[in-house]
Design a protein around this ligand. Structure first.
Ligand SMILES: [Zn+2]
Length: 354
């Protein structure tokens, strides 16, 4: 193994100690993780390998995996909760797996069991986020906002932005519980406002992720419309929470990076990569392959393997308008008014900054 990679993986393991949590009974939730110290945003709380992982159909491998576990690990697995009915050992193990597993593998298509991370309960306004790192076969959990001593550490079992009814239906269908987190407990008017924002974020995501939006024709035809939607998405995340969800923000900046980079608009792609890195680092850690890749791309997005899908928006790396007012850069970046910037003097603004 390359020494630098060994060092990164070493960091990933070492930074998980000392423990910042205790596994305790949480009222109404069974076991859960509770912070035993104040945990600042961006802190890695857990770095853990699975005791096993299986793919679908799980029945094929599960019996072998469970019977091969050490006595300690088997005891931990069997002590996990099970919301599914069963009438034999295999059905019980499948039930425990489906109740507790977290997605792992290069395509996140495997179910992994973790002694600690699987004890973390769900909240729709989660204060931590889990990420699978395929290159070192580990799952990390980072604080995505400041967590106070005594507060329960929570992750989201759902991906994306959903309104309260959708969240409750999905949690009931998949995990058989009713969520009573702060977001689900908002008073009526606040809850309606939250739902409107989350539904709009979801709607924008669908428009952009749709083939018509991200396909080559969509990119060439409407880049300013797509960036306008992404800027709205970021503003909505800001409005939704005083401490915006970095996972949602990273998704938005990554979409903007993809759209501009694919048009050959390397100047804007570089700025979006630069904004993406610190947000991703919050919940992935600086050793993450994705963070390392985008740290490289913020210096030169032309090295990206899909660069140059289209050159209709071609800009040079340093072609960023320089002005005394910050909003000038923002207006250029988001293509708010293309006409204003025609013929504008460009300087090596980024070279001064980096
Ligand atoms: Zn909730």
């Amino acid at each position: 193994m390359h020494p630098s990679r060994q060092a990164r993986i070493g960091n990933m393991q070492a930074s998980a100690t000392p423990l910042m949590y205790a596994i305790q009974d949480v009222p109404g939730k069974g076991k859960g993780l509770v912070a035993t110290t104040d945990i600042p945003k961006g802190t890695r709380i857990i770095s853990e390998k699975p005791i096993f992982a299986v793919g679908e159909p799980v029945e094929t491998e599960l019996a072998d995996r469970v019977t091969s576990l050490s006595q300690h690990h088997r005891g931990e697995f069997l002590s996990m909760s099970n919301i599914h009915p069963f009438n034999d050992y295999l059905a019980q193990w499948v039930g425990i797996l489906y109740t507790n597993a977290l997605p792992v593998g290069s395509k996140l298509d495997l179910s992994g069991i973790f002694i600690t991370a699987c004890r973390i309960n769900h909240a729709c306004d989660n204060n931590a986020a889990h990420v699978w790192h395929n290159d070192c076969n580990r799952l990390t959990v980072h604080a995505i906002r400041d967590i106070s001593k005594g507060e329960e550490i929570t992750i989201s079992y759902l991906g994306g932005a959903f309104d309260r009814n959708e969240r409750q239906e999905e949690l009931q269908r998949r995990f058989h519980f009713t969520c009573s987190c702060q977001l689900c407990s908002l008073l009526s008017q606040q809850s309606i406002e939250s739902d409107l924002i989350l539904n709009r974020i979801n709607e924008i995501d669908n428009i952009i992720s749709d083939e018509a939006g991200l396909g080559p024709r969509g990119i060439n035809r409407t880049p300013e419309n797509l960036l306008c939607l992404i800027e709205e998405m970021i503003q909505l995340w800001d409005r939704h929470d005083h401490s915006p969800n970095p996972v949602g923000l990273a998704h938005a900046y990554y979409l903007a990076f993809q759209i501009t980079k694919a048009r050959g608009d390397f100047a804007r792609a570089r700025v979006f990569a630069d904004r993406l890195v610190p947000v991703r680092m919050t919940f992935m850690g600086m050793e993450s392959r994705y963070v390392r890749e985008h740290r490289r791309l913020r210096h030169d997005p032309t090295v990206y393997k899909f660069s140059g899908v289209s050159m209709q928006g071609l800009t040079n790396l340093d072609e960023v308008p320089f002005g005394p007012w910050w909003h000038d850069l923002e207006a250029w970046l988001w293509m708010r008014d293309l006409g204003v910037y025609e013929g504008v003097t460009v300087q090596n603004w980024l070279n001064d900054v980096y």
